[in-house]
Design a protein around this ligand. Structure first.
Ligand SMILES: Nc1ncnc2c1ncn2[C@@H]1O[C@H](COP(=O)(O)OP(=O)(O)OP(=O)(O)O)[C@@H](O)[C@H]1O
Length: 323
């Protein structure tokens, strides 16, 4: 474990609330979560419908020192939006109990499973990480527009149950063949480390904005999330769509391509030149013609596991985005 810096200050988590999504993932987490939550002094509030996690977190946050989200990335997204709506981000720490299909965010912050999540609540570090703001909603992991956003909105629960994470990949490949590229203008703002304000305009298959999640080419899937910057990846359309479908997917998970544009920026605006576009904010959908994205540095107090890296590029290795 790394040494306790100023970002690691511990406070007693007196009042603990756990927001439980009983229908996330394969739905077999409920008994374990309820038992462990009881042992660790959490009051449990169950969701009954989409939107409940945000409402429950908003109600709990003014009194609670610690609010845990038990579910997938979508549940966590709602919980963080609830804490933000209660204006309690400075006083309420958020914990993640991974019980979804992909649990991408939990993995990025070093939470390995349900039991581990509770152990980390007791013994793990607290960090203050950047939040993403997209129009008036917050997100923790990523904001994705294009093929993968369509795929994530179309992936059925039955297919998720059967295939797990592969369901998204399959939907993405299936969707790519039929996808109309998005005519977009993407303007990234100047950043503190010499990043220039830049504009990109063209036909995009994907626009991937990572806060905690990194999309291409690096050794770690966890992005730097205490730097006040998003990692922006644009996958351009190309005449050779079939070739690109390989490249795009490999690019997503680890290969370079001429059709991939990368930027780091504290904020950006994406404007559609045609109709509105569907974006996925941590898996929750937002349809809009223009999206304004901004980082809120160190805005979220979060319980993290040992594998979480405050500076994933800082140990002398390759620095994202290579080029
Ligand atoms: N009790 C409920 N009944 C129906 N839907 C719910 C309920 N509670 C939450 N939801 C909704 O379920 C959706 C999916 O939840 P979540 O993303 O947490 O799980 P998942 O999709 O299984 O996992 P992952 O996002 O990791 O793939 C969210 O949009 C959330 O609003």
């Amino acid at each position: 474990m790394e040494s306790d810096g100023p970002n690691e200050e511990r406070t007693a988590d007196g009042n603990r609330v756990l927001v439980l999504n009983p229908v996330s993932g394969s739905q077999d987490h409920v008994d374990d979560v309820v038992e462990l939550a009881g042992e660790h002094g959490f009051e449990i509030r169950r969701t009954e419908d989409a939107g409940d996690a945000m409402r429950l977190a908003r109600q709990a946050a003014p009194e609670a020192d610690l609010v845990a989200a038990a579910g997938g990335d979508g549940t966590l997204n709602e919980v963080v939006n609830g804490v933000a709506a209660a204006d309690a981000l400075e006083t309420t720490t958020v914990a993640v109990v991974p019980a979804g299909t992909g649990n991408n965010f939990a993995t990025n912050i070093g939470i390995e499973g349900i039991e581990h999540a509770f152990a980390v609540v007791e013994e793990g570090r607290r960090r203050e990480i950047d939040l993403g703001l997209a129009n008036d909603r917050v997100f923790v992991n990523s904001c994705v527009g294009g093929v993968t956003a369509e795929a994530s909105s179309e992936t059925s629960s039955a297919s998720k149950e059967e295939l797990g994470v592969l369901a998204y990949v399959k939907e993405t490949v299936d969707a790519l063949g039929e996808f109309d590229a998005l005519p977009l203008r993407v303007e990234t703002a100047a950043g503190p480390n010499g990043e220039r304000a830049r504009a990109w305009e063209g036909q995009a298959l994907f626009v991937l904005v990572g806060n905690c999640r990194r999309f291409t080419g690096a050794r770690t899937a966890q992005a730097a999330v205490e730097d006040g910057l998003f990692e922006v990846t644009i996958v351009e359309d190309a005449p050779t769509r079939n070739l690109l479908s390989d490249a795009a997917l490999e690019g997503l998970f680890g290969r370079e391509s001429d059709h991939i544009v990368r930027r780091r920026a504290p904020s950006l605006a994406i404007e559609s030149r045609r109709d509105s576009v569907e974006y996925s904010l941590d898996g929750e959908m937002l349809e809009t013609e223009t999206i304004e994205l901004e980082t809120k540095p160190s805005a979220l107090r979060l319980v993290v596991g040992d594998a979480y890296r405050p500076d994933p590029d800082g140990d002398g290795g390759d620095v994202w985005p290579f080029a």
